[in-house]
Design a protein around this ligand. Structure first.
Ligand code: DGJ
Length: 724
């Protein structure tokens, strides 16, 4: 529910348990007043002394304007006028002027949530949107701040549209999407860091004075940092304390930053990374900045995760897939790498079909003359020396086993050793006069060019039209370097990476329009682009190239912080694990992969009979738990990252009648008794059965459930919990 209270000059957005309040200070500036637990009253402007002529003791007269602005909690900050904290917007006009002053203009409140042109965004009719217009008449701009809320969800969705209303060209050097001011307090921040194969490891740090910033300038949301940050009260835990989180619905460069000011207040911002960015905005044009999801929880991290999960399941991921049982797939990548032919693929599919696996995904290496990673990206035609008889025949044969067929592409790339590059050397992203740096022997194809977008679309679509292909794995295996486009003017070179992202969104959107049944799985050297932007198009995303069950615990824990388990691509692979060389029991690999979109990634014809015989049981178990995994509330019970011995999580159905508890003993310990685990999220008044014993919910949650410690390392078990 959103309202403007005229007497108090206050905008108030209420969700079931939170309130977000802004005001118009001195009739000029949109100021942030409060975000937190739901409050009933509108008499709240006093907390920044709004109804007095001055704010926080600083007079708003022209003699003290800079000092006033430097202290005001800004709803959308601007620099150059006195506020020296992080600004959200920076422009330069054709005569070089940079400072911006955004004054309040007007507002409207509408039912529903308008789409964001060209960008992924949350959707749903049970929503309301507040649009606040700010303006700077000197630059000739109007800034539209949008705030949406969905019924029953404790999140506020923000985005920004900048319009050039003047008659001069402007250059947008920076345009962030969200700014949140928090009052003086002791806070920590929680961010996700990593590397290839080590994505989204959580790190929590205390916030001192100054700026703490994470971001990506790689052109993808990246393995290294993640477009998510949470600011927590110092005492916050999984179950208690304040958590303010932001997650960016965008898959390219981003910045996320918390800054503690001289007065102890905090400014928390998120948006497109200004580094390398500059967008030319001619008279009459507008620029839309991607949306940020803001979540507040008064009960710690678990509640924050539930809000993100519910929001993404009900308002971001395509309805058709979100709660649908996904096919259990087998992918040949770790099984064969590039060394396969049609017989090998068929043999894997044939064996897999006997064990309940439902889809074969043919990974990299089926096109051009690609037998290693040095060639052929961009030559999206079938290598018939490898796949004799062609693709349709292979797909038909696999379909006749009762299995679906999926295929891999890396559409955003071009290999220097490819027919398409030889014909169009100007189609690569590169700086004229410089030899472009390759990664994995490849260059990025220049999606600033309309003709390249059309070429890429047709290349992929032609293959999809040629056979019954029901799944695409869309990969992206390098970050940007040598950023420049041959088709853009010199004053538009700062647009290349954002244009690339817009083109990727357009391509994926078009594919889904032409092939509406298609199951799309995004991937970027593992989980380098697992973000809400990509989730809008693909309901599952490959989480990491590290398939080791133990390494996956931290990766999946960090990923599940805001993404529902149903989106986390997780596969059972062979041992010793190809990434880390560790040997874990097949059973444990299955249990860990079940906290995601379950599949296999091995040559099923080569593994031991003992492992192979376990597959049907694992598939059956996954199917049994699938509805719970897809729609339940996820609770983090214990983290191996913290205790170094075991990992434990729980998924509870919304009606609290069913739950699963997953326990993984990473390291065995000598001379210890059973492990007492306090369960979460159950109904205290209900009775539950676990392994044929009956307990009350309050006993399980307060006294705990006693787990008999298994012998040995890397042991895992699922406990089924049912209300009786
Ligand atoms: C990186 C992906 O993460 C892998 O799963 C695999 O598809 C390779 N690319 C193929 O080149």
């Amino acid at each position: 529910m959103i309202r403007f209270y005229q007497k108090e000059n206050i905008f108030k957005l209420d969700t079931p348990n939170t309130s977000y309040v802004m005001g118009i200070a001195c009739g000029r500036y949109l100021t942030h007043i409060y975000y937190g637990k739901y409050i009933n009253s509108v008499n709240i402007g006093y907390i920044i002394d709004m109804d007095a002529e001055d704010i926080n003791g600083i007079k708003m007269d022209m003699g003290e304007k800079p000092g006033f602005l430097d202290k005001l909690p800004m709803e959308y900050s601007f620099g150059g006028m006195g506020d020296y904290r992080e600004s959200c917007i920076e422009l330069s006009s054709d005569f070089g002027q940079r400072g911006v002053e955004l004054l309040y203009d007007s507002y409207e409140i509408i039912d529903g949530k308008p789409e964001l042109k060209g960008l992924p965004s949350t959707f749903g009719e049970d929503s309301q949107t507040l649009i606040i217009y700010l303006k700077d008449d000197v630059h000739g701009i109007k800034v539209e701040l949008r705030y949406s809320v969905f019924e029953g969800i404790d999140a506020v969705i923000r985005s920004v549209i900048l319009k050039n209303t003047g008659d001069k060209t402007l250059y947008v050097n920076k345009i962030l999407s969200s700014c949140l001011e928090l009052p003086e307090n002791d806070y920590d921040y929680l961010a996700l860091h990593g590397s290839w194969g080590r994505e989204r490891h959580m790190e929590r740090q205390h916030i001192g004075f100054g700026k703490y910033s994470v971001g990506s300038a790689r052109g993808i949301s990246s393995h290294q940092e993640h477009p998510f940050m949470a600011v927590l009260s110092e005492d916050a835990t999984q179950e208690h304390g304040d958590v303010y989180a932001m997650n960016f619905v965008y898959s390219g460069n981003f910045i996320s930053q918390i800054e503690k000011s001289q007065f102890g207040s905090h400014r928390f911002v998120m948006g497109i990374n200004p580094e390398g960015f500059c967008w030319k905005l001619s008279a009459g044009e507008e620029f839309t900045a991607p949306e940020v999801v803001l979540v507040y929880s008064d009960s710690g991290i678990d509640k924050m995760s539930h809000t993100f999960h519910d929001l993404y399941r009900d308002h971001l991921i395509r309805k058709q897939w979100v709660y649908a049982e996904r096919p259990v797939l087998i992918n040949n990548w770790e099984g064969t790498y590039f060394d396969f032919d049609e017989k090998k693929i068929y043999d894997i599919a044939e064996e897999a079909s006997k064990h309940g696996i439902e889809m074969l995904v043919m990974d990299d290496g089926w096109f051009g003359h690609r037998n290693d990673d040095r060639t052929s990206l961009g030559d999206w035609y079938v290598n018939e020396d490898k796949l004799k008889g062609g693709l349709k025949k292979l797909v038909d044969n696999i379909n006749s086993l009762g299995m679906k067929f999926g295929i891999w592409f890396e559409p955003e790339m071009i290999s220097p050793d490819s027919d398409v590059y030889r014909e169009h050397p100007d189609w690569a992203v590169r700086i004229p006069g410089r030899e472009p740096g390759q990664r994995r022997n490849q260059l990025i194809i220049d999606l600033s060019k309309r003709e390249v977008i059309e070429y890429v679309y047709e290349s992929v679509a032609k293959i999809l039209r040629s056979a019954n292909i029901e799944y695409v794995k869309w990969d992206m295996n390098r970050g940007f370097t040598d950023v420049a486009s041959a088709c853009l003017d010199s004053d538009r070179q700062g647009e290349v990476m954002h244009r690339h992202m817009l083109a990727v969104y357009e391509l994926q959107g078009r594919l889904l329009e032409e092939f509406p049944y298609l199951l799309l799985e995004n991937c970027s050297s593992g989980g380098g682009r697992l973000d809400p932007g990509m989730l809008y198009y693909s309901p599952q995303i490959w989480c990491s190239d590290d398939t080791d069950a133990i390494e996956r615990l931290a990766i999946q824990e960090g990923t599940a912080l805001m993404y529902p388990l149903s989106v986390i691509g997780a596969h059972v692979s062979d041992c010793p694990n190809h990434a880390v060389g560790r040997v874990t029991p097949f059973e444990t690999r299955g249990i860990v992969a079940m906290a995601g979109t379950f599949g296999y990634e091995l040559d099923i014809t080569k593994i031991s009979d003992e492992d192979r015989d376990m597959i049907s049981g694992q598939v059956e178990m996954y199917k049994k738990y699938c509805p719970l995994i897809q729609s339940g509330d996820y609770y983090r019970v214990a983290s191996y990252q913290q205790n170094h011995y075991y990992d434990c999580y729980e998924i509870v159905s919304k009606d609290k009648n069913e739950a699963m508890l997953v326990f993984i003993q990473v390291m065995a310990q000598i001379n210890m008794g059973g492990r007492l685990i306090k369960l979460k999220g159950l109904n205290p008044d209900k009775k539950y059965s676990i392994e044929d014993k009956i307990y009350t919910g309050d006993t399980l949650m307060n006294a705990g459930f006693l787990i008999k410690r298994p012998d040995g390392d890397f042991k895992a078990k699922i406990y089924n919990i049912k209300a009786v």
